[in-house]
Design a protein around this ligand. Structure first.
Ligand code: PLP
Length: 437
């Protein structure tokens, strides 16, 4: 383990209180299974699968070997007017687990890139169909869709948008689906499908024919796991169809088994027109993301251009990086051979029992969860977010890593977590959240 003093002056950490971090650095130097180790060798259980990335646990040899092999065979290949066979293999494998009809795949390197690519694809589609006036987007309060300019515009977590006005695009926000009456609901709240009618209201106010797409996270993840009420996503689908608006599911967190199905679309029985995914696509080992679109969307865009030029003027140097493709194929292989989506479905009940055992602890205001994803809302302190940050640091001191956003903890361990490790994680949560002060 590294024991050398580290010069921390030069790395500007993202989404971090850098001043506090320099005083109390919390670092990981090694990982395996559902455990991290600090540079000093202290063991930390991973209660958030890294950042919802490492669904199959850390240190998977199959992925390391596939990456090493690919680096030796083809380390990089450009994807503008060129391609490598491995990206077609991956696109085919992904279309095999996606909802039927979502079978055309565009690759990027991060969730934020996937979201901004999806925005452009929606615009290109409407233009191709002769409706270039559809330039407005609808999103939802409390939404997180990454940090590029399109995703920043869609953001419903206002702190992520507030400092960047002037560079964002035209977005109207629906209400979020949470309310006080739903506190401590396990799974989907029964009441709330009617909240989807916000979309209808927006269509009437702004003109449905001006709207390109509505973006939602099927389960709002980053804000602290808000599970959609029964019938809500179905209702969005209905209204989107009525007004010719594309429905986009941002499955950057919910994809790859997190809900107990391959994707939340299958879990909740609603097929979007466009879906974004990232994180667990490579088990977090190599940056990669993808946008899946319905066959007819890609066809419309491609058929609309007859000149000898690219149909979609969009792409990244690292689109479909062959090493990322190799990592993703190895990851999909693990999910399949170990039946991890099914395991998530069967472990969910034990997982949620553990989460809901925290109900009466002094710092717990609300608990939510579905599949292997949960939100622990802390009782509000004087300054919003201060308690979340404090509790997150205390959990780390007690040996548990959990992602915190504001005053919510997002507890979502790997789909491979043993019942024994799960119960150790819950013990740490009970200890820290049970302390009165
Ligand atoms: N969309 C959703 C729903 C996310 O949860 C995230 C990240 O947490 C993103 C997009 C952005 O992904 P990235 O951080 O890889 O850019």
């Amino acid at each position: 383990m590294t024991q050398m003093p580290i010069n921390m002056d030069h790395h500007w950490l993202p989404f971090t209180n850098n001043r506090l971090f320099h005083k109390e650095p919390q670092m990981f130097a090694r990982a395996e299974g559902v455990r991290y180790w600090t540079p000093e060798g202290r063991e930390i259980l991973d209660g958030s699968s890294g950042l919802f990335t490492c669904a199959a646990g850390h240190g998977r040899k199959e992925i390391a070997e596939a990456v090493y092999k690919q680096l030796q065979v083809l380390d990089y290949s450009p994807h503008f007017q060129r391609a490598a066979p491995i990206s077609f293999e991956l696109a085919e494998a992904l279309s095999g687990i996606l909802p039927e009809g979502l079978d055309r795949i565009f690759f990027g390197s991060s969730g934020s890139e996937a979201v901004d690519s999806a925005i452009k694809i929606c615009l290109a589609y409407h233009k191709a169909k002769g409706e270039p006036q559809r330039t407005r987007f609808v999103s939802r309060a409390w939404a997180y869709h990454g940090v590029n300019l399109g995703g920043t515009s869609l953001a419903g977590m206002v702190n992520n948008r507030r400092d960047f006005s002037g560079v964002t695009c035209d977005v109207v926000h629906m209400r979020h689906t949470w309310n006080e009456d739903q506190r401590f609901t396990r799974g989907q709240p029964q009441d709330g499908a009617w909240i989807a009618e916000d979309l209808e209201e927006i269509c009437k106010t702004y003109g449905g024919e001006t709207i390109a797409a509505v973006f939602v996270e099927p389960i709002a993840g980053s804000i602290g796991t808000i599970v959609p009420p029964v019938g809500y996503l179905q209702k969005l689908r209905e209204i989107a169809d009525k007004y010719g608006i594309l429905l986009v599911f941002d499955e950057v967190i919910t994809g790859f088994g997190r809900t107990g199905s391959a994707f939340a679309a299958q879990e909740f029985g609603v097929t979007p027109d466009v879906m974004t995914m990232a994180k667990a696509i490579t088990n977090g080992a190599i940056p990669m993301s993808a946008v899946a679109v319905k066959t007819e969307i890609q066809k419309a865009v491609i058929d609309s251009i007859t000149a000898d030029r690219p149909e979609l003027m969009h792409g990244y140097t690292y689109s479909a990086h062959p090493v990322a493709c190799a990592a993703a194929l190895a990851t999909l292989g693990i999910y399949k051979t170990e039946g991890l989506f099914e395991r998530a479905a069967s472990l969910s009940s034990t997982f949620l029992d553990g989460v809901f055992s925290l109900r009466n602890l002094p710092h717990v205001h609300d608990l939510r969860g579905h599949g292997m994803m949960s939100g622990i809302q802390l009782t509000p302190g004087e300054t919003p977010g201060a308690k979340g940050s404090l509790v997150q640091r205390k959990l780390f001191d007690e040996g548990l890593h959990v992602k915190a956003t504001g005053d919510a903890l997002i507890f979502a361990p790997a789909l491979t977590t043993s019942e024994e490790d799960l119960s150790m994680m819950i013990d740490v949560l009970q200890k820290v959240l049970g302390k009165a002060e």
